[in-house]
Design a binder for this molecule. Structure first.
Ligand code: 6PG
Length: 232
């Protein structure tokens, strides 16, 4: 896994009142990043986070004033389930945002995890290689300090941008995840954290424990939005 270096930009921590405040500020930051990227480069390459935390922010984006035709959508990880399974990160993003905005279908790049972890990782490796660097990577954090589908104690080949994940402790066991390196090859990383269940992970992170989440960074500016319940 990519180790953060001393010269990496320091992580910025922002404590907000509650999940609603996190969603509002996350949506604002996403749109600001989109505006910078579209103005500067004519395109906004964003990596969406899975899980439940980002959903409220995605819903707030539906009515945003932005040029959706300039957005390119990628996913940080995916569960190896059928495309229409309610547990798919791609389905959550579609229902919360993508089905309601005019991002061209060709600009949405789901991880083909329904084809199995190895096959999907091999295919998505090419997609990610062509997309780097991302403009913005969104991430959550698990109670154990995992992020995307990078779990503590699991080793992955250091030379890959996308990993096949087996025996994940958070169901389903088979997943596909971008590597820490790929998730760090971005102008900005925004990590959303809500709820008391994340306190232990936040405590470990701030105490200097080495966790998958702490491998994210590199030249990217990392901002953590956490609510008071999650604050250690
Ligand atoms: C997944 C996610 C995962 C998630 C964290 C937090 O596929 O499960 O990518 O990394 O971000 O587990 O999940 P919640 O936001 O639901 O707490």
């Amino acid at each position: 896994m990519k180790k953060r270096k001393i010269e990496d930009t320091p992580t910025r921590w922002h404590v907000l009142d509650d999940p609603e405040a996190i969603a509002v500020q996350a949506a604002q930051r996403i749109l600001q990043a989109a505006s910078r990227a579209i103005t500067g480069r004519g395109l906004f390459r964003i990596v969406l986070a899975g899980g439940r935390t980002p959903e409220a922010a995605y819903r707030l984006l539906v009515d945003a004033d932005t040029d959706w035709s300039r957005w390119e959508i990628y996913f940080g990880d995916e569960r190896c389930l059928p495309v229409d399974d309610a547990q798919r990160n791609s389905l959550m993003a579609a229902r919360a945002l993508l089905d309601s905005v005019a991002v061209p279908a060709a600009n949405v790049h789901p991880i083909p995890a329904e084809r199995g972890a190895e096959a999907a990782a091999g295919e998505y490796e090419l997609v990610v290689r062509a997309a780097l660097p991302f403009d913005l990577v969104l991430l959550g954090i698990g109670e154990d300090g995992h992020t995307a589908s990078l779990f503590p104690g699991q080793q992955h080949p250091p030379d890959r941008l996308v990993h096949a994940v087996r025996n994940a402790p958070k169901p389903p066991p088979d997943r596909v995840s971008l590597s820490a390196g790929a998730l760090s090859e971005a102008r900005e990383v925004l990590i959303l954290v809500t709820g008391a269940g994340k306190q232990t992970a936040i405590q470990g992170w701030r105490a200097g424990e080495r966790l998958p989440i702490t491998e994210i960074g590199g030249p990217a500016q990392v901002d953590v939005l956490l609510d008071k319940a999650a604050q250690a």
